[in-house]
Design a protein around this ligand. Structure first.
Ligand SMILES: [Zn+2]
Length: 228
C-alpha cells in the first residue's frame, strides 16, 4: 500500500477510536514507519513488517507480545498510538495483498509467472497506477491532506523498533511528506488495473481489521495476557 493509503487508514483509526488530536502525529509516524527500511542499508522488509513465520523476532506474534501489548498496557498515549499505527501498517499491507489476489488475479498470476522483463514492466505499471489513485484521492480532499502533511513533517520521533533507528524514521517521514502526498511523478492517464473504489475498499477493510485486532489486544493487555 502507498504511504498516502497508510496515512488515510491511520486517520480513520483516530476517528473510530475517538482518540484526542494529541496522538495524531505518533499514529501517523507509526503508520508509515515500517517502510522506513527503504531509506536504510541493510534493514530487511520482513524484519519490520513481521512477516516471517520462521524467524523469532520477525513474526506477528513477536510484534504483538514485545511492542503492542506493553504499549497498550503502559499508559503512554503516544506510545500506544505509535504502535497501533505500526499494527495498522502491517494489517493494511496484508489486506492489500489479499485484495489484489482476489480482485486482480490476472495481475497476480502474471507477476508471478511472466518472464522477468514482462513482470518488471507490469510491476512498474502497477506502481504507476497506485500513484494515479493517490493523486485522485488527493483531489478528493486536498485540504485535509495538506493538514496531514503538516502534522507529519513536524512529528517528533520518540519510538522505533530495531533495527530501524529513529533517524531512519526521520528521514523517511521527510521523504514521504516532500514527495508522496501526493506523488509528484505523474505518468498514467488511463489506468487499466486499478480504480479509486478498489483501493478505497481495501482501506476500509484495513481499518476494520486493525480495529478488530486492537480490541482483542487491548483485552489481552488488560488481563495480562490471559484471556479466558
Ligand atoms: Zn509496508
Amino acid at each position: 500500500m502507498t504511504e498516502l493509503g497508510h496515512l488515510l487508514v491511520a486517520d480513520a483509526l483516530l476517528e473510530h477510536l475517538r482518540w484526542s488530536d494529541r496522538r495524531r502525529s505518533s499514529l501517523y509516524l507509526g503508520g508509515i514507519a515500517p517502510d522506513a527500511y527503504r531509506v536504510t542499508i541493510g534493514v530487511d522488509y520482513r524484519e519490520v513488517h513481521f512477516r516471517s513465520a520462521r524467524h523469532p523476532g520477525q513474526r506477528l506474534t513477536d510484534f504483538l507480545r514485545t511492542y503492542l501489548r506493553p504499549a497498550l498496557a503502559g499508559g503512554d498515549a503516544e506510545a500506544e498510538a505509535f504502535f497501533a499505527g505500526w499494527l495498522s501498517h502491517i494489517c493494511t499491507d496484508y489486506v492489500w495483498r489479499q485484495h489484489l489476489r482476489a480482485g486482480l488475479p490476472e495481475l497476480w498470476q502474471m507477476v508471478v509467472t511472466a518472464p522477468r522483463l514482462e513482470a518488471v514492466a507490469l510491476k512498474h505499471q502497477f506502481y504507476d497506477e497506485c500513484d494515479w489513485v493517490d493523486i485522485q484521492l488527493h483531489r478528493l480532499d486536498g485540504a485535509h491532506m495538506e493538514e496531514m502533511r503538516c502534522v507529519l513533517s513536524e512529528a517528533e520521533v520518540r519510538f522505533t523498533i530495531p533495527p530501524l533507528q529513529c533517524s531512519d524514521i526521520y528521514r523517511w517521514r521527510q521523504q514521504v511528506a516532500d514527495e508522496m502526498l501526493p506523488p509528484s511523478n505523474y505518468t498514467v492517464d488511463a489506468p487499466q488495473l486499478l480504480t479509486v473504489e478498489f483501493v478505497q475498499q481495501a482501506l476500509t477493510q484495513a481499518v476494520e481489521e486493525t480495529l478488530g485486532m486492537l480490541a482483542w489486544e487491548s483485552k489481552m493487555a488488560r488481563s495480562g495476557g490471559e484471556v479466558s
